[in-house]
Design a protein around this ligand. Structure first.
Ligand code: COA
Length: 181
């Protein structure tokens, strides 16, 4: 697992329902990024802060899901990682993550700290064993981060994503088993 010098300018903690308003603003900003690698476009993100609060509260109440935040020393949210788990018994051991770091805070170890905390959470979880994610083939930074933690490429959805400028890219499925077996 990658080691980073201790950066005291941010901390990682579990989200709380009270974070919903700030988180809604944060997510809106991430989706609005020019040239971003996420699927959702800003006009497709219609959930307001109250809806976000309900969604967050539901996620935090589910034992198979979580939401972790990176918080700067001034209190602003600078990164997020969360996950979604299909609760049906045969697939409940596998959770799907999504993550982002605020522009201006990237390449400073925030993504590494969030992912390390998330992997620890899964590694000590009673039921979860496998972490899955989807990443666009042209997102070299994210793929570099995932590989550094041992995520392996499991499959590729060919030409599954089309950007506004017409470029079509593959979508990789990567996975990690923090506790083997
Ligand atoms: C992907 C993302 C979450 C990474 O967060 P981050 O805080 O910048 O990550 P870190 O600073 O911890 O960097 C972690 C690792 O990424 C890798 N990395 C960084 N820049 C890279 C580059 N240009 N090419 C390849 N790998 C790179 C390295 O392994 C790096 O570790 P190192 O600094 O020890 O070399 C962030 O860039 C982001 O939010 N991007 C936009 C949203 C997004 O793409 N989310 C992922 C969707 S699947």
């Amino acid at each position: 697992m990658p080691q980073k010098p201790q950066d005291k300018s941010f901390t990682v903690r579990r989200a709380r329902a009270a974070d919903a308003r700030a988180l809604n603003t944060y997510v809106r900003e991430i989706y609005g990024e020019e040239g971003g690698h996420l699927i959702t476009r800003p006009d497709e993100f219609r959930i307001g802060w109250f809806g976000h609060r309900v969604r967050l509260a539901r996620r935090l109440a589910t034992p198979y899901e979580t939401c972790l935040l990176a918080i700067a020393s001034d209190g602003q949210i600078v990164g997020q990682i969360d996950c979604w788990t299909d609760g049906r018994a045969r697939v409940r051991h596998s959770t799907t993550l999504a993550m982002s770091v605020r522009r201006g805070w990237r390449c400073r170890g925030v993504g590494t700290a969030l992912l390390a905390a998330f992997i620890d959470w899964v590694a000590t979880h009673k039921t979860l064993r496998r972490i899955e994610l989807h990443v666009h083939a042209d997102n070299a930074h994210a793929i570099g981060l995932y590989r550094s933690f041992g995520f392996e490429l499991e499959g590729t959805r060919r030409r599954a994503v089309q950007y506004e400028d017409g470029r079509i890219v593959d979508d990789h499925i990567m996975a990690l088993w923090p506790k083997k077996g």
